[in-house]
Design a protein around this ligand. Structure first.
Ligand code: 48F
Length: 269
């Protein structure tokens, strides 16, 4: 590496660059069209289609990595299964598929994470890691959800009392997976919405995949559910490491929100 001339930069400059650029982003993120909670397969797919449609979309992910349950594959084997017609979405994001039967495919977990994440970012979605959504913003008359309450995940883990921040949005999607965290919180804090989280049922892959797409949708004005959180909300079965339903669920919720928001252009929240 003789002769390598690296640009010289001091610590104060690095700090200023980080803080200024992050603050510039956050000025825009205070009010968005759609806040997606969770960067698993359903959240990333929804985020990609929403951003593609020109909606200002942020995905908050409490961990420091994207992909949610994809990374675990099936019991840590690095493969997952995708079935038709969801292979269309996997192909659209450039994920390699191995055809193992008619309409049945396997994919590498790392590739699925990378392709879904890159596609969401390329479409214009902003993914913010290390931020948890721990409440909703609620307005009455008419009752509606108008945003999310966010906190740094390490602050939550530390148990320190630190007041959170609010992000206003025209739509919120609970894509938090098996825990359905946002809906569970809403069911306790906003009883008038009458949200009852039933809890997911035992494994039945075929039924679960069909139902997850069917149950994807609006929970109350401004609040939507997709992915495994829909199974937890409606008490439908789990499916294990087959991911077609997650991709189709993300696509379905995005289409629904695009339609709704397009019809409401010009109207206030
Ligand atoms: O769990 P996850 O992958 O949910 P999904 O999109 O997909 C489910 C499948 O992975 C799999 C399955 C087979 O298809 O059953 O489990 O429904 O991704 C959920 C993401 O949300 C994050 C969490 O860290 C994960 O990456 N998350 C959960 N709660 C919060 C959150 C929260 N309160 N705030 C922000 N992120």
């Amino acid at each position: 590496m003789d002769g390598l001339k690296l640009k010289e930069v001091d610590e104060a400059t690095i700090t200023r660059l980080i803080v200024k650029d992050a603050a510039d982003d956050w000025m825009g993120l205070a009010k968005v069209d759609v806040a997606v909670v969770g960067a698993g397969p359903s959240g990333l797919t929804a985020g990609m289609y929403l951003a593609k449609a020109g909606l200002k979309t942020v995905i908050f992910e409490r961990r420091l990595s994207t992909g949610g349950g994809i990374g675990g594959g099936g019991m840590l084997f690095h493969k997952l299964v995708v079935q038709s017609p969801a292979d269309r979405i996997a192909r659209a994001v450039g994920c390699g598929l191995k055809e193992v039967g008619e309409g049945l495919y396997t994919a590498d977990t790392s590739e699925m994470i990378a392709r879904l994440t890159t596609s969401a970012i390329d479409a214009g979605a902003k993914i913010i890691l290390g931020v948890s959504v721990n409440d909703l913003i609620y307005r009455k008359e008419p009752p509606r959800i108008t945003g999310v309450v966010i906190q740094w995940t390490p602050v939550i883990l530390s148990g320190l009392h630190v007041d959170p921040l609010g992000v206003e949005s025209r739509a919120v999607i609970d894509c938090t997976g098996h825990e359905a965290e946002v809906l569970t919180k809403a069911s306790k804090r906003i009883p008038e919405l009458k949200i009852h989280v039933k809890g997911e049922m035992s494994m039945w892959a075929r039924e679960a995949e069909r139902l997850i797409v069917e149950k994807t949708g609006e929970v109350c004005p401004g609040l939507y559910v997709a992915g495994m959180a829909a199974a937890t909300l409606h008490g439908t079965p789990r499916m294990g490491p087959i991911f077609g339903g997650m991709l189709l669920s993300g696509e379905k919720v995005a289409k629904l929100i695009i339609e709704r928001l397009e019809n409401r252009i010009g109207q206030d929240l």
